[in-house]
Design a protein around this ligand. Structure first.
Ligand SMILES: [Fe+2]
Ligand SMILES: [Fe+2]
Length: 179
């Protein structure tokens, strides 16, 4: 999705921050529910998921601080992201190791793609703070995506429906939030 100035007078940089904040809430919930399942059935994956979770909590905080500085409120997609994230994380984790990595790869690929487009848009705006806030999380999200890829999340054809459903939901919720 390409980002451009709103035609209906919305503050697009602020909207980007709100959508990303909601997305981070979704990500926190994905990794929380995966952690819950992994603690029961996939104990060796716990440290990796804990690391992802702590990154997402930090990201959540980064965006919320910048939104508050602009007197902003939570995105209309906030609770939908949270619920969707929890459900996607939970179901993917029940599918096992590959399910977890398919979810990680699918979500983080969509996220990185949006971040790149947001950065391209914000680079042309006189809004250094918004740009720096988005840039601050890019490396972490690329790392999450790459771990998902290296651990086989992108490859197994059996998990195509999982990846497709998760990509579609993630893309949809971002578009909804930006409207
Ligand atoms: Fe994140
Ligand atoms: Fe992430």
């Amino acid at each position: 999705m390409k980002y451009s100035d709103s035609t209906s007078g919305l503050d697009t940089p602020k909207n980007i921050l709100k959508v990303n904040h909601a997305g981070e809430f979704g990500a926190v919930n994905i990794y929380k529910s995966q952690l819950f399942v992994a603690r029961l059935f996939l104990k060796d994956m716990v440290p990796q998921i804990e690391e992802f979770l702590s990154d997402e909590k930090r990201h959540l905080d980064i965006f919320w601080k910048e939104i508050q500085r602009r007197n902003g409120i939570k995105c209309k997609s906030y609770w939908l992201c949270g619920l969707g994230g929890y459900v996607m994380g939970f179901i993917s984790a029940l599918l096992g190791r590959r399910g977890i990595m398919a979810c990680t790869w699918a979500v983080e690929s969509v996220v990185v793609n949006h971040l790149d487009n947001q950065i391209a848009y914000l680079s042309q705006k006189q809004d250094k703070e918004a740009l720096e806030t988005v840039e601050a999380i890019l490396e972490d999200e690329k790392n999450h995506r790459d771990v998902g890829f290296e651990e086989g999340g992108a490859s197994n054809v059996l998990y195509f429906p999982v990846r497709f459903a998760i990509s579609t939901f993630t893309e949809g919720v971002i578009r909804f939030g930006m409207r």
